[in-house]
Design a protein around this ligand. Structure first.
Ligand SMILES: [Ca+2]
Length: 349
């Protein structure tokens, strides 16, 4: 464990500290910052991590602010840290822990996966046919934009939980591209976890083992699949069509689709709802189409319900930002036509 000077009190100004972290030659290092990371933002305030023994090694990250940095893995057996502060603003600083781990490339303990489909699992000893002690493996799976990651466990045999908690050996799934993303589940024991479909185009799988009791481990396969609806799109002068799933047939129940549409700077997004038919209800809480002018402004225009829009219905962004979010929530089903939208940038006068 290492930390900034005076932690958790404010660190001193105009200070430079360095740390060299070394482990066994065949091993690698993983380092993670703890919560309450706080380095006031200024040019001379930062903590920098280098993938080697000095600042000539490649820079893995330079961090300040209050957002927790991602976990870091070395490509060799050492890491070099620099903590620099200037005369502007003191803060609590940071605390980090590190541990030795396996080489992601040679032993399959984690790595960055970008294939459209791949099978991976716990690194297993050739002698015992069980996983090793003290593992900390992280796989980060990234699919193309507007694709999702579908992960299925083929086998799963880890040390059992204790007091209903997976505290010894476990697998954690994070619904995003790092360990700060939403935790989707923690698994241990011998029950094979259910398949998992990511919310966006990335998924992080973490595998931890402690220093006693090893089992056969796990094996999992992921595939990348198309989103059923929604996605991130760039509006151009050519119209883009968005529809509810299965359009023009009945949409599935309990579906939330989000389209994020960006236009180039100084242009607007124009949406024409050409067809619209959601299930009738008391209000908009169960089935609705919502247009937001930016991610932070909600309910700019919520189409009231029950409704059958007179066509064509036109929506033009009012703000001069170039970001539009469209949410379509469908809980009850209705046959026939639902919604279709065209988007095109519109020049701001
Ligand atoms: Ca264990």
């Amino acid at each position: 464990m290492i930390k900034s000077p005076h932690w958790p009190q404010n660190f001193p100004m105009n200070t430079r500290c360095t740390w060299t972290i070394i482990t066994h030659e065949s091993k690698h290092l993983e380092m993670n910052f703890h919560s309450n990371f706080q380095i006031p933002d200024s040019d001379g305030n930062y903590v920098a991590v280098y993938d080697g023994s000095d600042t000539h090694a490649s820079l893995l990250g330079k961090f300040c602010g209050s957002e927790l940095p991602p976990n870091i893995k070395s490509s060799s057996n050492n890491l070099f840290l620099v903590f620099n502060t200037d005369f502007f603003g003191a803060g609590r600083g940071w605390k980090a822990s590190f541990r030795e781990t396996l080489d992601p490339n040679e032993n399959g303990c984690g790595g960055y996966l970008t294939n459209s489909a791949y099978t991976f699992g716990s690194p297993v000893s050739n002698v015992t046919r069980r996983y090793e002690k003290n593992l900390d493996c992280v796989w980060i799976i990234t699919a193309p934009v507007n694709k999702l990651v579908n992960l299925t466990f083929n086998s799963f045999m880890l040390e059992a939980q204790s007091a209903q908690t997976c505290r010894y050996d476990y697998v954690k799934l994070y619904d995003g591209n790092n360990e700060n993303a939403n935790l989707a589940g923690t698994f241990c024991g011998s029950t094979v976890p259910a398949p998992f479909l990511s919310t966006h185009n990335s998924l992080t799988v973490k595998f931890i083992t402690d220093n006693s009791v090893e089992r056969e481990g796990f094996n999992a396969t992921y595939t990348t699949v198309d989103r059923p609806c929604g996605g991130i799109y760039n509006a151009t002068s050519t119209s883009l069509t968005a529809t509810s799933p299965n359009f023009p047939n009945e949409y599935p129940p309990f579906t939330l689709c989000t389209w994020v549409i960006d236009a180039p700077p100084h242009q607007q997004v124009r949406v024409v709802v050409e067809a619209f038919h959601l299930h009738s209800g008391q209000d908009c809480s169960r089935n609705y189409l919502e247009l937001q002018d930016s991610p932070t402004v909600r309910n700019l225009q919520m189409i009231p319900f029950p409704i059958h829009i007179q066509l064509p219905s036109l929506f033009v962004k009012r703000e001069k930002t170039h970001h539009l979010v469209i949410d379509l929530l469908m809980i009850l089903c209705e046959r026939h036509i639902q919604s279709i939208m065209h988007c095109a940038p519109l020049k701001v006068c």
